[in-house]
Design a protein around this ligand. Structure first.
Ligand code: GLU
Length: 432
């Protein structure tokens, strides 16, 4: 099924559970506005290439549209629609005052030079100049978009307005109004959730103080080595989890020493921003001999306590779900588990911590960035993470209660939490 079909299937299930008002459901099933446009870009060679761009503004009942922009060769309107719907649920699930939106450009940014990428980013901003802004719609990074790209967008928008508008976009470099902690926020938020899961979910250890996180050395496999995956690997490693498998978009490696990757390997991967290079290293200390290369499919089937999905949509589907051995799946990516797979995992007692909560740390710190921009007053990283932890843990607890009370899966419970908030806002506005 397409990402949008998956998203709407999840909506239907949760709407039934909470007996959502029929009119509210109709509103939430559709995007408020779709922007579809082409972006001509002068390439360094002198020729002009035209790229397809999108911005979907799903719902703004709870506040301005909010969500990242994805630059990916396989991005299309269906995917961007699904992602903007998930942003609507996500912002409501953590109770931040935003609606949901998402953008995308069908492009392989790895094939563009820096100047071409800059022209594309500025072109994207020009196309949306009347539809984005701190009170309207606030983009941010997503797959293959960076703080530098956010800096160009902020600059282009500010030039159009004739004054500085830092709050038009989040995930900016620190020097021009970015927030401390935003770079690692998605992983950090997911990590706070993981530690809560480790305390509550018995198969992972039932020590009342949660001490088993360190003692038992839970084994972790991470699919994806972008911003979320790489930072999560770092956090898990330093908290004492045993990382036994990692992949990037090219390859995957599995530990065969039985001890998990060592600090040298983790550091090397972080430095090289990927998996391939670490195994090509020639240094004596390089732990390559302890790894075996494998495919992405095999990585997902590795026997482990926690499988962290930090790549793209539709990774666990009805085709491979039967071979998944993890006890917990944490979704740092958006939409990595398809609904049919979700059902099977629930029956097998595998806990799936859904994207709309597990990766909400990114947009939550985006919210903090926007607040700091509007106030022109900046916080320390410590303050940012304290506030982030409070939001993540409180909403995790609220969702967990719904899950226990209704004997449902955690995704449906998080959706239920979000739908309750959305329904109240939609009714308060008189839309339904
Ligand atoms: N792209 C991220 C997400 O999917 C962050 C969005 C934001 O910060 O607005 O949640």
């Amino acid at each position: 099924m397409s990402p949008l079909q998956n998203a709407l299937t999840q909506l239907k299930k949760a709407a039934e559970l909470v007996k959502l008002d029929a009119a509210v459901l109709e509103i939430l099933k559709k995007p408020k506005k779709i922007h579809e446009f082409s972006i001509p870009v002068k390439m360094d060679s002198g020729e002009t290439k035209v790229f397809d761009g999108y911005r979907v503004q799903w719902n703004d009942a709870r506040g301005p549209f909010k969500g990242g922009i994805r630059f990916h060769p396989k991005t299309d309107l269906n995917e961007v629609e699904a992602l903007s719907f998930w942003m609507t649920i996500k912002c409501a699930a953590v109770g931040i005052p935003y609606g949901g939106g998402k953008g995308g450009v069908t492009v392989d940014p790895k094939k563009l030079s820096k100047t071409e990428l800059e022209r594309l980013s500025r072109g994207y901003t020009q196309a949306l100049k009347d539809y984005i802004g701190p009170e309207r719609d606030i983009p941010a990074p997503d797959v293959y978009t960076t703080p530098q790209i956010m800096g160009w967008i902020m600059d282009e928008f500010s030039k159009i307005k004739g004054y500085n508008v830092p709050g038009v976009v989040t995930g900016k470099p620190l020097e021009i109004g970015g927030s401390a902690g935003r770079g690692t926020a998605t992983a950090q938020g997911g990590f706070y959730i993981l530690e809560e899961v480790a305390k509550k979910f018995h198969p992972m250890g039932d020590d009342p103080k949660g001490q088993k996180i360190k003692n038992k050395k839970l084994s972790v496999v991470i699919q994806g080595f972008g911003n979320a995956g790489a930072n999560m690997a770092d956090l898990c490693f330093h908290a004492g989890y045993k990382i036994i498998g990692i992949s990037d978009s090219q390859t995957a490696i599995i530990d065969k020493s039985g001890k998990g990757f060592d600090s040298h390997t983790i550091a090397k991967m972080k430095e090289k921003k990927g998996v391939v290079d670490v195994c090509e290293c020639k240094e004596i200390k390089c732990a390559c001999k302890d790894h075996v290369h494998t495919t992405n499919e095999k990585l997902l089937e590795t026997d482990c306590d926690i499988l962290i999905l930090a790549a793209l949509e539709n990774q666990i589907t009805k085709k491979n779900v039967g071979r998944v051995k993890a006890k917990v799946i944490l979704e740092l990516a958006n939409g990595p588990t398809a609904p049919e797979a979700d059902e099977k995992l629930f029956k097998k007692n595998v806990l799936v911590v859904p994207d709309v909560l597990a990766n909400a740390g990114g947009v939550t710190v985006s919210y903090f960035e926007w607040v700091q921009n509007l106030a022109n007053y900046y916080w320390s990283e410590k303050e940012v993470f304290e506030k982030l932890k409070k939001i993540m843990v409180e909403n995790f607890d609220a969702a967990w209660k719904i899950k226990e009370q209704n004997k449902t899966d955690l995704r449906t419970a998080v959706f239920a939490l979000a739908l309750g908030r959305l329904e109240k806002a939609i009714k308060a506005r008189g839309w339904a």
